[in-house]
Structures are given as C-alpha cells and as structure tokens.
Design a protein around this ligand. Structure first.
Ligand SMILES: [Zn+2]
Length: 350
C-alpha cells in the first residue's frame, strides 16, 4: 500500500491494514499519510478518477460526486457547488463510499456511527450497497424526515439518543468497543473522500480565490485544506484559496476559538440547522490551522438569515437546501470576499 496512518495526538504510526480510525495507544484520531508523491490531477470526469489521491482499496464504483456548480443570483463572483446531487442528497456520500468500503475490506460485518441525520443516512445507504449492517446513534435535534430517510434506504438499526451530537458520538464509540463494530463518522477515511470536493472545484476553476463551507465537525474544512495542500504540492494549482468556515450564531465553537485565538471549547448547540449542530468539532484544531494557513476566516450567521436564504434558494433556483447548507450564502453576503468564490451547498435533506 502507498499509505499509512499516523495519530494526530501521539504520532504513533500504523500500517494501512490497521482496521480502525482511532489510535490504540491514546484514542486520538488518525490521519492518512502517503508514502509516495501525490500525482498531479488534470481532468476529473468522475469521483473515481481521484483514486490516485485516496487510500487504494477494494471499492465498488458506485456513482457519486462530480456535482454541478451553478452561478449565484446574488453575485456574478459566486458559484454554488450542489452537493445534494449525491445519492443520499448530501456531501457525506463522498466519505462514506471510502469509509464503508474500508470496513468491508478489513472484514467487519457491521458499522456504527453517530449523526445529526445526513451521516447516518449516507452510512446506512453505503452499508447496504457493500453488504454490511449499520447501527446509528442520532442526536435528539435531528429532524424526523431524516430519520424516515435513514430507515427507508437501508436496514440500519436507528437509536435516537437523549442528547446532542457529542453524546451520540460517545455512545457510538462505546458501542464499537463493546460489539467490535467498525467505527464510522468524521474520521480519516471519510476525510480522504471529502477531499474530492476541493479537487473538483480546482479542476473546474484553478483561479478560485475563496472556498466557503459550513462547519459542523469541521471535517469538510480540514479535508478541503488537505486537498489544497496536495494540489499545490503537485503543481495542480499555483495559489491556495482562502478558506471560510461558517457556523450559526447559536452554535459557534470554531468562530469563538478563531476570534479569541484560543482552543476550541464545547458549547451547547441551540441552532435549528441540524447539519452544523455540533458543540465540539472533532476536527476543530485542524480547522483553526487551515483557516490560519490560508489567511481565511470563520464567521457566524444568524438563524433568521438561514431561514431567509433557504426561502431565497427555493425561489431563485427551484431547489431545496438545508439550513446548514445555505449558511454559506449568508456568509458570502456578510463578508463579500474579493475575487471568485465558491460556496459548497452540502445537503438538501429537509
Ligand atoms: Zn495516539
């Protein structure tokens, strides 16, 4: 294999056949590292054209990714990347396709994850495709339509917890230890799959100046930065665009940490935007570095602006987007960054 895993906390290294995404020594999250130089990527006609920049494995090549971008009605400088065109209508599928395949490759028969809705929907779908069972812990702020979707798409055992995402995550970790299930979620293999969004953005517009993403667990933000570093190092792009992370002002642990220059600290999620209702982002520290290293920023938008942008999105494009997804449009209007921008519309499960 041309990759290995390294703990982000203690630095312990594991071979690619290590069947977990968590460090056995310190419970830290692992990172995929490549032992060979990442190749230049020039043309992408499907998600699977990016296998050379991802952990190789026994994937089945289900359709996903290569999502369209449309011009925004609010600014000529803003493009919207429509991630809800993926099979379970959110960007999560890019990570699930890699992560669940790895579980199967390692010989697991079932997977477990915590979710505010979209993650569980996606994991359930890919578990079914790859022939695995899924157990999902859903936070109590997940909307009932998402729970119906999860149940309709696969055979997942759905458990709604009495608490927020952080509690659901702790329950998923315990379940995986007790039952020997492969722990899925916002971890290293998902992060590799999520990199593909930035690869597609830069392939279609190498001169892009700003990439705006919603922040829940901050996996998308840190994956985007990892992709941009790879693209720069391989000579695929000349300049790294600024990253802008967006949260609701009713759940903004990353925004607070970024503005104070402090570590990320837990806050109780009070936002109605369930996709970004995460009080303690797993990739918070990495996200802070990504913002700093790209001269980017983190911004919080109001709950009322989310509701307004959701309505405007439906009116202008005839399309439905989640509150978490339209946060990026509200942030663009607030900041009005210079140069071409792309905002990632992550999901439409409402
Ligand atoms: Zn460790």
């Amino acid at each position: 294999m041309r990759y290995f895993l390294e703990c982000t906390q203690c630095g312990e290294r594991y071979e690619s056949d290590y069947g977990s995404q968590i460090c056995a020594k310190c419970d830290g999250i692992l990172e995929v590292k490549y032992s060979k130089k990442i190749p230049k990527v020039e043309k992408i006609s499907s998600f699977w054209d990016l296998e050379s920049v991802m952990p190789e494995g026994s994937y089945k090549h289900f359709w996903l990714g290569n999502t369209p971008s449309i011009s925004s009605t609010s600014s000529k400088s803003l493009y919207l990347k429509l991630e809800f065109m993926n099979p379970t209508h959110s960007f999560k599928d890019r990570g699930s396709a890699i992560e669940v395949a790895k579980a199967r490759e390692y010989g697991f028969r079932d997977v477990v994850c915590a979710s505010t809705g979209n993650m569980a929907y996606s994991i359930s779908y890919y578990a079914k495709l790859y022939g695995l069972k899924a157990k999902v812990f859903i936070s109590d702020d997940a909307n009932s339509d998402k729970i119906k979707d999860i149940k309709s798409v696969g055979d997942a055992d759905v458990e709604k917890v009495n608490g927020d995402f952080t509690k659901a995550q702790a329950m998923a970790i315990n379940y995986s230890k007790k039952h020997g299930s492969f722990l899925c979620g916002d971890y290293c293999y998902r992060k590799e799959g999520q990199k593909s969004i930035a690869y597609e953005i830069c392939a279609s517009n190498p001169e892009i100046k700003n990439i705006i993403v919603p922040v829940g667990n901050a996996t998308l933000l840190s994956a985007t930065y990892k992709a941009l570093r790879e693209l720069k190092d391989s000579g695929s792009i000349k300049h790294i665009p600024k990253l802008i992370g967006v949260q609701s002002d009713m759940c903004k642990p990353l925004v607070v940490a970024f503005s104070k220059g402090s570590q990320v600290r837990y806050c109780k999620p009070m936002t109605k935007a369930d996709g970004i209702a995460v009080g303690y982002p797993t990739y918070g520290d990495q996200a802070l570095s990504a913002l700093k290293n790209t001269s980017g920023t983190a911004v919080a938008v109001t709950e009322s602006s989310l509701a307004k942008e959701q309505y405007t999105f439906l009116r202008d494009y005839g399309l439905v987007a989640e509150l978490a997804s339209v946060s990026v449009i509200a942030a663009y209007k607030l900041l009005q960054p210079k140069g071409q921008s792309v905002a990632v519309i992550t999901g439409s499960n409402v």
